[in-house]
Design a protein around this ligand. Structure first.
Ligand code: F6R
Length: 606
């Protein structure tokens, strides 16, 4: 996720507004930033790595001057967070500047084509193809506007783009597919931006650009058309009256709910991991004699799922280990033959860093899955995968958990293919199912909201809650328990359901809520009998299962059905209702789910 903004005025200097707007977008990414303005027919650019404020101290954005400009704050996806990869990107003549949020899927083929026509690329980003494409069409005689539209029609993937040209300083061109873009107008200025909050500081007249649309922005007008056929779109500007803080949540009452709803996109982004890094990591794992998944909290649960799927798909045994336990549990035996796959959203969790520094010192290969690029973990790891979930503001991990899972599944399938452990049909089937998960999560979000609110009513006054899972969803039960406990403060217990009769069933009495996860695999019949066990002892059973399973509906007091995927991938789809249950329970208890007491987003102490 990145933030983009563009401002055009009929006269005067827009740089101060551009700078203030950019700062409001910083939550969307902060590893590099930049700004381009047109002055006297020339494009002027300041960009570098680092946070906006640092770059400003280094170069002073306000030293620029112009009445049309664009700016960007970056959360790196393609290419490291450094100066050349920072936006805006320009064409060969350095007269066209582009900022972009999203991922252009076909950039490699476009880049190859443009290089053959003589274009020289400076960065490793997907974005840089856009100014070169516009330049290419302008070379053939098209004006900036038409060249922009023609270029955008060639793009596949997700994008919100704004472009300016030193030769046409009377307009900003912008377009969107999947990534958000909002337009604004007022005070003799036209605006575009990734979100409403960065605009409400300047104007109260805003209008979201629709999917597959482009706009020509001038100081006093905005004209919108469809990218595909150029047909005009008529949509009125709306008056917004909200504070910047309210607007940042994009209409959701809390960041946590917003982030839960972002998952169809963030899972998709994680599935765009680059093949060469997956192959590289898979070869390190294949060569290791032992594999450890090392992580804390929610990320540890992702490691547990990883352990199941690596075994099932790639026949690789990996031990999930709580990071703070790693050194005392395995320290003496760690050697050069081992691989440690650290999973950490922040890449700064002290326990994780302690474990990997220790393992590295003993010669083990350190690998990582992270969300924050340029974090300490990325510097320690020999290879890391960037899950691309964007910044997570809610303290409780939600979208970053499913992003970790998607990355692990992709790695497991790469490993299975490279080790020759799956036949072509099996591989195709699993890949197809994995790539269906973003769409299925979208359906889940559309279907389960009311059911989860009903469950929250049941849980809100519970003394304690029990979560049961088996097989690949044992970790999902743990994750559901952690989410509920950390934001609603209801004591909760989770365990593999097979453990029931070895102790915990003594806690079951009339009315105790038991949340059980049932996937349609070899564990199902055992899970059903575990649910019977607790139900006959008076438990209220809340069962999450795949749609159309009659046996399950017989044992459920409340049944939450989610659309089917291969049972192996249900950890991605089943955790979504659990996140919503935790969220709504906290809200019903009058708590702020974004800021649970005593917790911090990044735990940098031991
Ligand atoms: C729970 C949660 C924490 C983190 C844990 C590890 O919702 O967010 O349990 O998962 O502190 O953090 P990272 O992944 O940054 O290492």
């Amino acid at each position: 996720m990145c933030g983009i903004i563009g401002i055009i005025a009929s006269q005067g200097n827009i740089v101060d507004e551009l700078y203030r707007g950019l700062k409001l977008l910083e939550y969307r990414g902060y590893d590099s930033a930049g700004m381009a303005v047109v002055r006297d027919g020339e494009l002027l650019i300041i960009k570098d790595k680092g946070m906006i404020e640092e770059i400003h101290r280094r170069y002073n954005f306000l030293s620029l001057e112009g009445s049309v400009g664009i700016a960007h704050t970056r959360w790196a996806t393609h290419g490291a967070p450094d100066k050349v990869n920072a936006h805006p990107h320009t064409d060969c003549t350095e007269t066209i500047a582009v900022v972009h949020n999203g991922i252009i899927e076909n950039y490699l083929e476009l880049k190859e084509e443009l290089m053959k026509s003589g274009h020289v690329f400076r960065s490793r980003t997907d974005t840089e193809v856009v100014p070169h494409l516009i330049e290419e069409y302008m070379r053939s005689g098209l004006p900036f506007k038409d060249a922009f539209i023609k270029a955008v029609r060639r793009l596949r993937g997700a994008y919100a783009i704004a472009a300016i040209s030193a030769n046409s300083p009377d307009k900003i061109m912008c377009a969107r597919a999947e990534s958000p873009l909002v337009l604004g107008i007022g005070n003799g200025r036209g605006y575009c931006s990734s979100d409403i909050p960065s605009l409400v500081a300047f104007t109260d007249s805003v209008l979201p650009l629709g999917e597959g649309e482009y706009a020509v922005i001038t100081p006093d007008s905005v004209s919108i058309r469809r990218i595909s056929d150029d047909s005009p779109v008529r949509r009125r500007f709306k008056k917004v009256s909200m504070s910047v803080e309210e607007a940042k949540k994009e209409g959701y009452p809390h960041y946590m709910l917003k982030e839960i709803h972002e998952q169809p996109y963030t899972i998709k982004y994680a599935l765009e991991l680059q093949r060469n890094y997956l192959d590289l990591m898979s070869s390190f794992i294949d060569r290791a004699s032992r594999l450890f998944f090392v992580a804390a909290g929610t990320s540890y649960h992702a490691g547990m799922v990883g352990s199941y799927v690596f075994s099932k798909l790639a026949r690789v045994v990996g031990f999930p280990v709580i990071a703070s336990e790693f050194v005392s549990h395995y320290g003496e035996s760690v050697s050069v033959d081992d691989a440690v796959l650290a999973i950490s959203q922040s890449g700064e969790t002290r326990d994780v860093l302690w474990a990997v520094e220790y393992a590295k010192a003993r010669g083990a290969t350190v690998l990582a899955i992270v969300n924050v690029l340029a974090s300490t973990l990325t510097r320690i790891a020999r290879v890391y995968l960037h899950q691309q979930s964007g910044p997570e503001i809610g303290v409780a991990a939600t979208k970053t958990y499913t992003g970790q899972l998607a990355s692990l599944y992709l790695l497991a399938l790469t490993l299975a293919r490279n080790r020759g452990k799956l036949g072509q049909d099996e591989l195709d089937h699993f890949l197809q199912e994995l790539y269906r998960t973003p769409g299925v999560v979208r359906e889940v979000l559309g279907q389960v909201e009311e059911d989860t609110k009903r469950v929250a009513k049941l849980l809100k006054d519970a003394r304690y809650v029990i979560f049961l899972g088996r097989g690949v969803n044992t970790a999902t039960a743990h994750e559901g328990r952690l989410k509920l406990m950390e934001i609603s403060y209801i004591p909760s217990l989770s365990y593999p359901a097979g453990e029931n009769k070895h102790g915990p069933i003594s806690l079951v009495e009339k009315g105790v809520p038991v949340v059980a996860l049932v996937q349609d695999d070899e564990t199902k019949k055992y899970m059903l009998s575990n649910i019977h066990e607790v139900r006959t002892r008076g438990a209220k059973t809340i069962v999450i299962s795949s749609s159309g399973d009659e046996e399950v509906s017989e044992v459920a007091d409340i049944l939450i059905e989610v659309p089917r995927v291969d049972p192996l991938f249900t950890p991605i789809t089943y955790v979504v209702p659990l996140q919503l249950i935790a969220y709504y329970t906290a809200v019903l208890r009058g708590l702020d789910p974004d800021k649970p007491r005593n917790l911090a987003k990044s735990v940098t102490v031991i």
